[in-house]
Design a protein around this ligand. Structure first.
Ligand code: MN3
Length: 209
């Protein structure tokens, strides 16, 4: 069975950038519902229930066709939100240091150009979805996905390590509407203040060896 993880900090820890009420709704209702629906869709399917969320994302083509879309949406919702809570934190933001800072600089020119391109991907994603910073080996790219799709789902070419998201932002309205109303760009601008670059660096170090 998949389990709703606790938030790694208090519900009010990301104030004033992300408000307490949004964090309660987002974690206790939205994320909890993805986990419940995922487990409901896979009742009796121990093979899938015993996978890690990442393994499940890579095995969607083996999931029975009648529940595959449910598993894709709700399994995606589960892994995406678990990841999202972890790449944020209180008293964070600023600029990255270490290897990821070097990779951002060599890929995008400088940090400001990177945040501009990433923010643009988030603002430009039509409807609900996510923007991602993905490490493909040591190489960085910005992508965006609809609904709860994510880079873990992408097929891995033979002999290659998969793409690994190291940063992502939820741009579903439920992530920002209470505080920012329809102003998605304002939410994204504020969100940079809660990015946990230490965590991003840790994820990047794992895939860029
Ligand atoms: Mn969400």
């Amino acid at each position: 069975m998949f389990k709703l993880p606790d938030l790694p900090y208090a519900y009010d820890a990301l104030e004033p950038y992300i408000d307490t009420e949004t964090m309660h709704l987002h974690h206790d209702k939205h994320h909890a519902t993805y986990v419940k629906n995922l487990n409901d869709a896979l009742v009796g399917q121990d093979k899938f229930l015993n996978m890690t969320p990442e393994e499940l994302m890579k095995s969607l083509n083996q999931v029975p066709a009648d529940v595959r879309m449910k598993v894709r949406n709700n399994g995606g919702g589960h892994i995406n939100h678990t990841f999202f809570w972890e790449i944020m934190g209180p008293k964070m933001g600023g600029e990255p240091t270490g290897k990821v800072a070097g990779a951002i600089k060599s890929t995008f020119g400088d940090f400001a150009k990177f945040t501009e391109a990433f923010s643009k991907a988030g603002v430009g994603r039509f409807g609900s979805g996510w923007a991602w910073l993905v490490a493909d080996g040591g190489k960085l790219t910005i992508t965006d996905t609809p609904n709860q799709d994510n880079p873990w789902m992408e097929a891995v070419p033979a002999g290659r390590q998969g793409k690994m998201p190291i940063l992502g932002i939820d741009v579903w309205e439920h992530a920002y509407y209470l505080k920012y109303k329809n102003m998605r760009a304002d939410y994204i601008k504020a969100w940079w203040n809660v990015v946990n670059w230490k965590r991003v660096e840790g994820l990047f170090s794992k895939v860029s060896k």
